[in-house]
Design a protein around this ligand. Structure first.
Ligand code: AHG
Ligand code: MN
Ligand code: MN
Ligand code: MN
Length: 334
């Protein structure tokens, strides 16, 4: 039972038994994530004061220039999870390959793998705009005690046991689900404690906000162009409002609270879209569905896609159920 102003620590303990595999391992894992998030939050907040802004000088496997905070957040999350020997494997947007965690005695009986986008919206770091972290958790499918394999990471999103994000915004929040709805906790930075501020978050069934990088309009598929025109036409509650931050986490967070749709379609330049299925789309799709929303690649459910590679990309349409269905209708008509 979610009670307002409960701390995240209290909430985790109280709700531990609701989880079907309940051994305390998942709770300890969420605990490690909230700890790492506090460390990253501290660094993000003082980014303008210390030498943490700007490019790190390397390129990641996605072909993107890594920002210093991309590298920092990646290291913190990996170290926090590795030191606690709480997972058996990690995959990250910033790592070429998955990481196998063998543990001090070269054996690892942990059941879970974590996939993450350690710093989402990194183009916004230098301009003091909200960024985030996204995480996705699965039970391994290979035998416990053996090293993890690619198979443990290439599971469809409908197999996630938990997912969530941290938004480093005007306040820092952790929003997550273990399959029993979505709850949001706000950090009180003075005492380093997260409080349940947004119990049982729900996507409004309809919304009036559309979020898409319209600079790419000419390269969008016809169905997306038609849907954008529909959003802009006069109608009962249209034209809709356009809002695009350029940080998936922040755009999703606003749309979940206010009602809206986020779109990152395929374009001529990026025929599979830009967003990563495993680190971005699956966890957000899981949260969307847990909150009564919807997530699609324009034609089918994101969570039913069987991944074939770690850094796979996919077109992404996510948000209020009726809005995503309307966008799909336009895609299918075109
Ligand atoms: P990341 O910073 O983790 O690489 O993700 C960036 C993603 C996502 O957060 C955002 O919605 C999108 O890229 C923005 O892309 P455009 O600048 O092409 O609109
Ligand atoms: Mn990136
Ligand atoms: Mn991202
Ligand atoms: Mn990222």
């Amino acid at each position: 039972m979610a009670t307002k102003n409960q701390t995240l620590g209290e909430f985790i303990i109280e709700n531990q038994t609701e989880f079907k595999y309940s051994s305390g391992e998942l709770s300890r894992l969420i605990n490690s994530i909230r700890l790492a998030a506090k460390v990253v939050n501290h660094e993000v907040n003082k980014a303008g004061l210390v030498d943490i802004l700007g490019a790190a000088g390397d390129t990641n496997i996605q072909g993107e220039d890594q920002q210093k905070l991309d590298v920092y957040a990646n290291d913190i999350f990996i170290k926090t999870l590795t030191n606690r020997e709480i997972v058996c494997g990690i995959a990250s947007e910033e790592e070429d390959d998955f990481i196998t965690i063998t543990g001090r005695n070269k054996k690892n009986d942990n059941k879970y793998v974590v996939l993450m986008d350690p710093l989402d919206g990194s183009s916004n770091i230098d301009v003091n705009v909200s960024v985030g972290t996204i995480f996705s958790i699965y039970r391994r499918v290979t035998e416990a005690g053996t090293p993890v394999t690619l198979e443990d990471f290439l599971q469809p999103g409908n197999k996630q046991v938990a997912a969530g994000y941290i938004v480093y915004g005007t306040s820092t929040m952790i929003v997550y689900s273990t399959g029993h709805g979505v709850n949001g906790f706000t950090l009180n930075p003075a005492i380093g404690t997260y409080y349940l501020s947004h119990p049982n978050m729900q996507f409004p069934v309809d919304g009036k906000i559309y979020s898409v990088n319209e600079g790419n309009y000419v390269h969008f598929p016809q169905g997306v162009k038609d849907y954008i025109k529909y959003c802009q036409q006069e109608g009962e509650d249209r034209p809709y409002t356009s809002r695009y931050i350029g940080s998936l986490v922040s755009d999703f967070h606003r749309n979940m609270i206010k009602g809206g749709i986020y779109m990152y379609p395929n374009t001529a330049k990026d025929p599979k879209g830009k967003l990563r299925l495993l680190y971005e789309c699956n966890p957000m799709a899981y949260l969307a569905e847990q909150a009564g929303g919807k997530a699609s690649d324009g034609f089918k459910r994101i969570l039913d896609i069987t991944p074939t590679e770690l850094h796979q990309r996919v077109p992404f349409f996510c948000g209020s159920k009726n809005m995503v269905e309307k966008a799909e209708e336009f895609m299918q008509k075109a």
